[in-house]
Design a protein around this ligand. Structure first.
Ligand code: ADP
Ligand code: ASP
Ligand code: MG
Length: 405
């Protein structure tokens, strides 16, 4: 018998009608002889609404209480879907993350799954139930509720699939698979039929929301095949799995973008050892991730140090910057909102002469100014002004003829 984990994202379960539709889809899998564990997200924009609600109470809510609040979104969807399955004649039971045995670290809002004790889930499958698990949430050893970070239901699904030794994990979403760029920005973007974990991880980390990066990491670590498909049709979608390295890999696979970006520059810091560590240390301690970093060539013994952070962390960063700048004897700092990053991904990027020039030419031809550049094994990221991000994605997609693949 096949055992699968199916995850349904927020827009797939946004209304009672959609929940009934998802229930029908699950029934088909059960009817086809599969054991099914389902992971659900909060309905529609519930998580955003809960965040907004909290901010109407206080601008700085404690993260433990935020986890209690945000986890409630998924805790609502799971029993509703179990009811829809019952009503359609399919035995089902809903479980919270904690009941499903998902144990996490105590890092509220960005907790990591430490392990999963799947006994309850397995027992319920044994009893013939479809098990509907609330995604995005877990609990610490002390039974404090945690959440896994935005988009974290994907991670719940892949981790559960590993824990119950499922044959594969299906991520059902509102687009028909992983595309060569966000189909909402590039209407002629194509579905990628199969992609390796490493390229998918780059794509997810560079902002393609369709998969949570940590879900891809877990998939890779445990060789769990992930299928990304549309909730609303029966197309095969995208298979994320190890690909045959012998085949000729495509140079450029996809373009990703991220708009939650802000840029910080520490101005004219002394160019000496220890400065970067002194700047980034406090940010790390405050839980602010540093992304792209650029240090200029030094003139007269001082240099500018620029880096990007999530714009959602900008307020916190602004509070820290005066003391950080002072501690490294900088002459000042700037903190700019309204930035974006666009990333070209492909395992053939390295070793293809001229490819960097082609990227920068495509942006230049659209008169898009590149503020910072970061490169890796299989990606090139350009930091640009946010209002130009759509143009940048489209220009790069066209330059690499990704619509033809
Ligand atoms: P869900 O609620 O199902 O988890 P998300 O909103 O988290 O869905 O992710 C799906 C969205 O990801 C799509 O609606 C699409 O706009 C966006 N997206 C960004 N980049 C890509 C890409 N390369 N391929 C597919 N979707 C993408
Ligand atoms: N509901 C959570 C979010 O919106 C988790 C998820 O949907 O994956 O981020
Ligand atoms: Mg998602």
């Amino acid at each position: 018998m096949t055992r699968v984990v199916q995850k349904y994202g927020g827009s797939s379960v946004a209304t009672p009608m959609k929940l009934r539709r998802v229930a029908r889809r699950i029934r088909e899998s059960v009817g086809g002889g599969s054991e099914v564990v389902v992971v659900v997200s909060a309905m529609g924009d519930t998580t955003d609404e809960l965040i907004a609600l909290a901010h109407r109470i206080t601008s700085d809510p404690p993260s433990r209480e935020m986890d209690m609040l945000l986890s409630s979104g998924e805790t609502i969807t799971a029993p509703l879907l179990a009811m829809a399955l019952h009503a359609a004649g399919t035995p089902a039971i809903s479980l919270t993350g904690a009941q499903a045995g998902i144990r996490t670290s105590g890092a509220h809002r960005t907790a990591r799954i430490v392990d999963i004790v799947p006994q309850r889930v397995l027992d319920e499958l044994e009893r013939g139930n479809v098990v509907v698990v609330a995604g995005f949430q877990g609990a610490t050893e002390d039974m404090d509720v945690t959440t896994l970070g935005r988009g974290g239901s994907d991670t719940t699904a892949v981790a559960l699939a590993v824990a119950i030794r499922a044959d594969h994990c299906e991520i059902f979403t509102d687009v028909p698979g992983v595309h060569t760029a966000d189909p909402r920005i590039v209407p002629n973007a194509r579905v990628i039929a199969a992609i390796d974990y490493d390229e998918m991880l780059e794509l997810a980390s560079a902002g393609a929301r369709v998969m949570h990066p940590r879900a891809v990491e877990i998939g890779e670590a445990y060789s769990m095949e992930i299928r990304v498909r549309s909730t609303f049709d029966n197309e095969p979608g995208t298979i994320i799995a190890r690909q045959d390295k012998m085949e000729i890999r495509q140079k450029v696979r996809a373009i990703a973008h991220e708009t939650d970006v802000a840029k910080v520059t520490i101005l004219r810091v002394p160019d000496k050892p220890g400065v970067a560590a002194a700047v980034f240390g406090p940010f790390g301690d405050a839980g602010i991730d540093i992304d792209t970093v650029l240090q200029n060539v030094s003139h007269d013994g001082t240099t500018d140090l620029s880096f990007t952070i999530a714009e959602s962390h900008l307020r916190k960063a602004r509070r820290m910057l005066p003391s950080v700048a002072k501690s490294v004897q900088a002459q000042g700092y700037t903190a700019t909102a309204g930035i974006a990053k666009v990333t070209v991904i492909g395992s053939g990027l390295r070793g293809t002469p001229g490819i960097y020039a082609k990227i920068f030419r495509a942006l230049a031809d659209s008169e898009i100014n590149i503020q910072m550049i970061a490169t890796g094994e299989i990606h090139v990221t350009c930091i640009i002004d946010r209002p130009r991000v759509r143009d940048a994605v489209r220009a790069l997609h066209t330059a690499f003829e990704l619509e033809r693949i």
